[in-house]
Design a protein around this ligand. Sequence first.
Ligand code: ACO
Length: 333
Amino acid sequence: MPKLEQPVPVEVVGAGYYLPERVLTNADLERMVDTSDEWIVERTGIHERRIADDSMSTSDMAVLASQKALAHAGLAAEDVDMIIVATVTPDMLFPSTACLVQRGIEARNAFAFDISAACTGFIYALATAYTYLASGYIGNALVIGAEKLSAITDYKDRNTCVLFGDGAGAVVLKRTGRKGHGICDFILESDGRNAHWLQVPAGGSRMPASTKSIGERLHYISMEGREVFKFAVTAMKRTTVRIAERNSLKAEDITWLIPHQANKRIIDAAAEALGLDQRRIHYNIHKYGNMSAASTAVGLAEVMLHNNLQDGDILLLVAFGAGMTWGSLLIRW
Ligand code: ACO
């Protein structure tokens, strides 16, 4: 995929996020499965994660994050042109979670759809929104990464249950006319050959819900952790270095690396490939765990809201996920 040669100025003009109040600590998990705080921290960097209560769905969290993003952008819900939700934990198989968000925030003039690219979903959604905006078809977009991973996590499986958390992040994109600012490049990649490394085997058309599928716990995340780890390190390094090189950026030019938060060791390997100072990496894995598409969405919102960004700052989002999918996206503030 070639570099965007003359990017149309599409900027991120508002951000918001929502995290459930309930905290699930490593000590809590020690009481649920055969694990230890020491193992989890050393192998993943995670100390705790947030878990939504039973009454709250992915779209509920997305609505709360979106309302904050719209308020931050100063945009009325009825003026939103398009809503994209990146998620692997939709409220239902259909309708789309984006349509439920549209109903929740009363964005009656928008069109809405979901994107399924797992943990890379928010980057795919930003890139998709960019192309709609750059073409002139719409003037603004609400882009959301939202997940209730606790709904598809097997709390009897120590290999996976220590990793995941719930949350939602949302941003508002606008065509602004400020040349040289906003989304200036992205790389989207996928390789379906290893789709089986990360999946929820049952509940779709291949294996509809049955007594057998429930008994065999096939509605939960199944993961070949070591394979995913090796793949992730290579993919994250490659996309990070490639997008930096083709935009003539050195490590010191990058203000914030906002990576997908699957494992601190994977993040550090990607940053190291670029020679990036650890202080330039935005981490939230220690407090939220892996929130799939919501990890980079919440990360971008946190950086925008709390890090006093200056004109010309460079933000680099990188992620990998089920599919397998991976990608990166560059924003010049
Ligand atoms: N507590 C204690 N021991 C554990 C735990 C646990 N929670 N989980 C696994 N172990 C054990 C294993 O059983 C294994 O024991 P064995 O040697 O006796 O077989 C040992 O620890 C080492 O296991 P590994 O899998 O080799 O551990 P590793 O260092 O690779 O870390 C991890 C495992 C954290 C899962 C790592 O492989 C990883 O991060 N993989 C990538 C995961 C990822 O990014 N997933 C994306 C999911 S996104 C989505 O699904 C939406």
